[in-house]
Ligand binder design. Structure first.
Ligand code: 9MR
Ligand code: ZN
Length: 547
């Protein structure tokens, strides 16, 4: 039998549940003196569809004394050690944030900041336009496109992915600034600006370079093919500027408008630059309809294709309404029209960003969207309630169905927790407690309370995964990956050779995961899988962990 816990632990004054694969009597043992501090019996049998497991709750919520513990069941089975403390996720927040620093492109990572994970400056050569590349123009124009964060285990930099990662983080900062007092030990630390904003400024400055002269925003900056598994400074493939898309342009408008508001008290000139950039690209949107993106034949770097831009435009309009007050009537008109379109208004991924519009509208102190607000609030309540119901059908208290185990399923988990956090903040009444518990439950899953007993965050918990698909980790000759990386996670139809050969057909979705470097479809890392976890932790550390 096995007992699955959040391997980091639980906040003192919250619901604490471990999951057992067998019915049993259990004891919670205090590590310091090996005394049993609480005992009990598992709850009723529960059939969990996504994992195919029969599972039983171990509820030890009554234990509220800070300390280190493990659970002992039936006299022999032990869980991993875990903590009960209000600070239990404080260091996790620093680690998860610092991973963004390790993704910085174009500068050297020095020992003072990167510790053992140093490397030389990478990708400092100028880039060329796609057209010049494919036509093999002997005298191409060169552009300085250096900077930004490597997207993931590859070295590409993609506008929509970057905007979404920034979205999770900047909304978190806007809503829970008190959670960001920590130092990240990055080159800018100590300059009087919260480190998370210092770090995000590195990405924002690069994103500004992706704006073309007429305001359209280039979809991505990558080589023609993914690099070999080498350190970034050893990759000298030419970087190519791919064409403009309306997807990238609308996301750019939204994130620049949001950032201009968030950075204004700290970096007013930078805020002006971003607002002007947002206005320019917003005018481009007015005169262009949908422009998608597909990879040219032969190029295999990330695509981030998306067949509609309604949600991106919705997010842009919501943020411009708050940022460019002089033209609010125009944005309100766009926002009202787009709000009628069928978009979820509850997702925060790179395909569907419409949930960001919901956050923007519902957290606006000026209530600029007027009458629209109540419909967005109803929608939030409806969706958050639906996901709470979904989690009741899961033995792991997870707001996921079998179909939700897509490539990067851990982002789906984290994004649903954002919805729960927003519902907790905005929907008063008896359901508040449910939203709070549901948000926490998603974190418990990510940190080990799952059918594989794995913590999906490197270095966090006794059985954390440790072989991420990441070119740096695979080629730096350092045994352990840097702590704080969130894995993509189980994918019901894995599509890489490593996972396809290791995972038998018919394996339940929650178990379709492989902790190997080769498994890019289950075990890669990305900036936008860490960023929603930053949001979740900011929420928990601000609203749930009492200090
Ligand atoms: O996260 C993306 C996932 O949702 C898609 O299913 C997958 C295939 O298109 O691509 C993922 O994004 C990858 C990107 O294209 C390139 N950098 C690494 C990303 C994570 O795997
Ligand atoms: Zn680089």
């Amino acid at each position: 039998m096995a007992i699955y816990v959040n391997q980091l632990g639980y906040i003192t004054d919250t619901k604490k549940i471990a999951v057992s694969t067998k019915p049993c009597n259990f004891q919670v043992i205090r590590l310091s003196d090996q005394h049993s501090v609480l005992d009990g019996t598992t709850g009723p049998k529960f059939r969990d569809t996504a994992s195919g497991d029969d599972v039983y709750d171990i509820d030890f919520s009554d234990l509220t004394e800070e300390g280190e513990y493990y659970i002992l069941a039936g006299n022999s089975s032990k869980s991993h050690n875990f903590k009960i403390s209000n600070d239990v996720y404080k260091n996790l927040m620093v680690d998860v944030s610092r991973c963004l620093y390790y993704q910085r492109c174009g500068i050297a990572l020095d020992e003072g900041h990167a510790g053992i994970y140093t490397h030389e400056a990478c990708h400092t050569e100028p880039a060329i336009m796609l057209d010049d590349f494919v036509k093999n123009n002997p005298e191409p124009k060169y552009f300085d496109m250096t900077g930004g964060w490597h997207d993931a285990g590859d070295f590409g930099r993609y506008s929509t992915a970057g905007a979404v990662a920034l979205g999770h983080i900047l909304y978190a900062f806007d809503l829970f600034p008190e959670s960001f007092g920590y130092s990240m030990n990055i080159p800018e630390s100590g300059n009087g600006i919260p480190d998370i904003l210092n770090e995000c400024a590195y990405e924002l400055r690069w994103l500004l370079k992706m704006q073309s002269k007429d305001g359209g925003v280039y979809h991505k900056l990558t080589a023609w093919r993914h690099a070999e598994f080498v350190m970034p400074e050893d990759d000298h493939d030419r970087f190519i500027i791919y064409p403009v898309s309306s997807l990238a342009t609308a996301d750019f408008v939204a994130i620049m408008a949001l950032a201009s508001r968030v950075y204004r008290p700290f970096m007013p000139e930078f805020a002006d630059t971003m607002l002007n950039a947002a206005i320019k690209s917003s005018l481009w949107l007015d005169t262009h309809s949908y422009v998608g993106f597909t990879n040219p034949e032969g190029s295999n770097t990330g695509e981030y294709g998306d067949e509609e831009d309604v949600d991106e435009r919705l997010w842009a309009a919501a943020e411009m309404l708050r940022a460019d007050k002089a033209n609010s009537a125009k944005y309100l008109k766009i926002l009202t029209a787009l709000s009628k379109d069928v978009v979820s208004k509850s997702d925060f991924g790179w395909i569907d960003v419409s949930g960001f519009a919901t956050i923007s509208i519902l957290s606006d102190p000026d209530h600029s969207s007027g009458m629209l607000e109540s419909s967005y609030k109803n929608e939030l309540q409806k969706n958050a309630t639906r996901f709470v119901e979904m989690s009741k059908n899961s033995g792991y208290h997870l707001a996921m169905e079998s179909e939700d185990f897509v490539w990067g399923s851990n982002m789906v988990v984290a994004n649903r927790s954002i919805l729960f956090a927003m519902a907790y903040l905005l929907i008063e009444g008896p359901s508040q407690e449910k939203f709070k518990n549901a948000a926490l439950s998603q974190l418990h899953y990510l940190l080990g309370r799952n059918a594989l007993d794995i913590s999906y965050i490197t270095g966090e918990g006794e059985n954390a995964y440790s072989h991420p698909h990441n070119r740096v980790t695979a080629s730096d000759n350092i045994e352990k990956p840097m702590p704080g990386w969130v894995a993509g996670g189980p994918f019901r139809t894995p599509s890489d050779a490593a996972a396809m050969s290791a995972i038998p057909k018919g394996t339940p979705p929650m178990k379709c995961y492989l902790d190997e470097v080769g498994s890019y479809s289950t075990n890669e890392i990305t900036i936008y899988w860490n960023s929603p976890v930053i949001f979740l932790l900011a929420f928990i550390n601000s609203k749930i962990a009492k200090n």
